[in-house]
Design a protein around this ligand. Sequence first.
Ligand code: 5GP
Ligand code: ZN
Length: 119
Amino acid sequence: MTTDSKCLFCKIISGQIPSRKVYEDEEVFAFHDINPWAPVHFLVIPKAHIPSMAHITEDHTALMGRMMALVPKLALQEGCNPYPEGGYRLVTNTGAEGGQEVRHLHFHIMGGSRPWLRG
Ligand code: 5GP
Ligand code: ZN
């Protein structure tokens, strides 16, 4: 599996940098955002170092499907309120103009009762 020893999220996956883990399997890792915008704010990431959505091709179809299928389950597990009164935002910033700061693909899941700090 591709990893980048200088990448912050690769270091979180390896445990070199501690995080509050939400979920882990062979290909996917999820953990709470250190600077939450909402009562619930966690990130779902591939264990492979894929820098962004701009790097996704048809080769990633199964991985992307697995990550998306985890979102509803993890959102409820972490305290997002049920749809439709509750729900959550699923956000992926891509590149400098997309507001991406960490260059390891990640999906933000934000939810919980409003108001939120941002978003
Ligand atoms: P981006 O702006 O790239 O879409 O999102 C990066 C996210 O990673 C931000 O929401 C930021 O708070 C979070 N983040 C940055 N450094 C760390 C860290 O060391 N630990 C955790 N848990 N989250 C981080
Ligand atoms: Zn990485």
